[in-house]
Design a protein around this ligand. Structure first.
Ligand SMILES: Nc1ncnc2c1ncn2[C@@H]1O[C@H](COP(=O)(O)OP(=O)(O)OP(=O)(O)O)[C@@H](O)[C@H]1O
Ligand SMILES: [Mg+2]
Length: 190
């Protein structure tokens, strides 16, 4: 059993800890045990992501027992100095610019989501990390638990089963992302 103690950060659903034995990994645990099944789902997404948005997402490895419940091991996103890469939220707080280079990665990421019908609706500034490697910046989307593929009949919301509605909903969220960051909305998303 892994003993987790160094918290990186937590969202509403999961907490993310440094892996106690591997410095290139982190471990995600559900804050509420009823959400543990989400962790398994992420591992299943590896192959799909590799072919579609592989450059932008960490890989997921295996489920492990920890002192905080079931944990999911995944790549830790860190900078050249071995420090944790900042979340988009921290990046902006540090007054770092959203350069053309970073924005073109966002454009590419969002257009891939549309192309491959990977419906996500959660583009908040805590789910994106910006890694710096050899003076270049790389965008990462670290929270893929809410992937929807038009197959969740368990939920009654129509946008979860009808691609047209899912696409429309995601496009609205994408546009909202650009607007929130005072960036023009690329033609392909308007
Ligand atoms: N692979 C990673 N490398 C480094 N930090 C990470 C990684 N994954 C997550 N984090 C950090 O942990 C935080 C919480 O992770 P995550 O977004 O998966 O939790 P969540 O509860 O599912 O989020 P939400 O509140 O959006 O539902 C992130 O905001 C980020 O700061
Ligand atoms: Mg999150």
């Amino acid at each position: 059993m892994l003993y987790l103690k160094d918290l990186i950060s937590h969202g509403r659903v999961r907490a993310c800890y440094y892996h106690p034995l591997h410095n290139k990994l982190c471990v995600k645990v559900a804050l509420n045990k009823k959400h543990s099944s989400l962790l398994q789902k992420e591992i299943k997404n590896n192959e799909l992501f590799k072919k579609t948005i592989g450059a932008y997402v960490p890989r997921y490895y295996k489920l492990v027992k920890t002192n905080k419940g079931l944990g999911l091991t995944t790549d830790l996103i860190y900078d050249d100095n071995n420090r944790l890469s900042p979340r988009l939220k921290d990046w902006l707080k540090q007054q770092k610019p959203l350069s053309q280079d970073i924005m073109s990665q966002f454009d590419d990421f969002f257009s891939r989501l549309l192309k491959y019908q990977l419906w996500f609706y959660d583009f908040n500034d805590e789910n994106f990390l910006i890694k710096t490697h050899k003076k270049r910046h790389y965008l990462y989307f670290v929270d893929t638990k809410s992937l929807n593929r038009n197959n969740s009949w368990s939920t009654l919301k129509l946008e979860y089963v009808i691609p047209f509605l899912a696409r429309r909903r995601m496009l609205r969220r994408i546009r909202r992302f650009y607007t929130a960051h005072h960036k023009p909305i690329p033609q392909q998303f308007s």
